[in-house]
Design a protein around this ligand. Structure first.
Ligand SMILES: [Zn+2]
Ligand SMILES: [Zn+2]
Length: 278
């Protein structure tokens, strides 16, 4: 069994309207690409901030640019016109946990992917809102990021911890902390261990400036020691990106002794043996 759960049916641009991408034909293109690569478990996880209702959770600049769609139309489309699992990529917004919870509880997801893209007003992976020009050094940004990651897990609202060390997105093109990074990872571990959240291994980092899988082996080892299962995804935004870099991800998982992946159905988690690529 191979999975790709953290998947978007369209590019990350505000003009990628649902009428064009939320179609049975587009979903079928993703299904075909997954089948060709031997990926049997396929789901989609649209960003929460693409939905207008998200602005009542958090009204920030980037969300305002993107929040135009109807979330219930998205759910109905995935359930009625595709054979894909229904997920959502929901940000952790400190202090707004109750609003995110109400949004999530109102719909029947197969899984909820939990992300941190912003630390305060600064974005970790978006140049227009770049955190690395806002006066905070890497010790501060990384410390806050990993502390929040633990809080995200502890809420129990999310099934999968997305791209867990996204803070490294720019690699050495931005300020980067010195020394052993486990001092940051440790800040998240109590919450992660307590929640037993599934840890996403994401090949998206291979396509980003950092050029590495998310998360680092040191981070994943700590999560495995804490007993957490692994969820495997590509964070694809096109059918071509489905299963991208999976050869490398599977070798990495084998090296760390991981032999099972988490699968989800209406938020019920099961572990399945890892299969081979086609
Ligand atoms: Zn993300
Ligand atoms: Zn994503």
């Amino acid at each position: 069994m191979l999975t790709d759960y953290h998947v978007h049916l369209r590019p990350d641009t505000a003009d990628a309207v649902p009428e064009r991408y939320f179609t049975a034909a587009n979903a079928e293109r993703y299904r075909e690409a997954a089948t060709e690569r031997g990926i049997g478990e396929l789901g989609v996880s649209e960003h929460i901030y693409r939905f207008s209702e998200a602005l009542s959770i958090w009204d920030n600049g980037l969300w305002r640019e993107f929040a135009h769609d109807d979330v219930d139309a998205y759910c109905a489309f995935v359930r009625e016109e595709t054979d894909l699992r229904l997920g959502i990529e929901a940000d952790f917004v400190p202090g707004r946990e109750d609003r995110v919870a109400s949004f999530l509880e109102a719909r029947e997801w197969d899984y909820v992917v939990g992300s941190i893209h912003f630390v305060g007003e600064g974005a970790l992976d978006h140049e227009d809102y770049d955190i690395w020009g806002m006066g905070q050094g890497p010790e501060k940004v990384w410390t806050t990021y990993f502390a929040w990651l633990g809080e995200l897990a502890r809420t129990g609202m999310y099934d999968i911890l997305a791209h867990p060390d996204l803070v490294k997105h720019w690699g050495r093109r931005r300020p980067f902390p010195d020394g052993d990074l486990r001092r940051f990872y440790e800040l998240a571990m109590d919450g992660i261990a307590e929640s037993q959240i599934a840890i996403e291994v994401s090949t998206a980092g291979l396509r980003k400036p950092v050029g590495e899988l998310y998360p680092s082996a040191a981070f994943l080892e700590m999560c495995l020691d804490a007993g957490c299962p692994v969820a495997l995804s590509s964070d694809a935004h096109t059918p071509e990106q489905l299963g991208f870099g999976y050869e490398q991800a599977l070798a990495y998982l084998a090296d760390l002794g991981v032999s099972e992946l988490a699968t989800f159905d209406r938020r019920e988690r099961r572990l399945e043996p890892i299969g081979a690529l086609a």
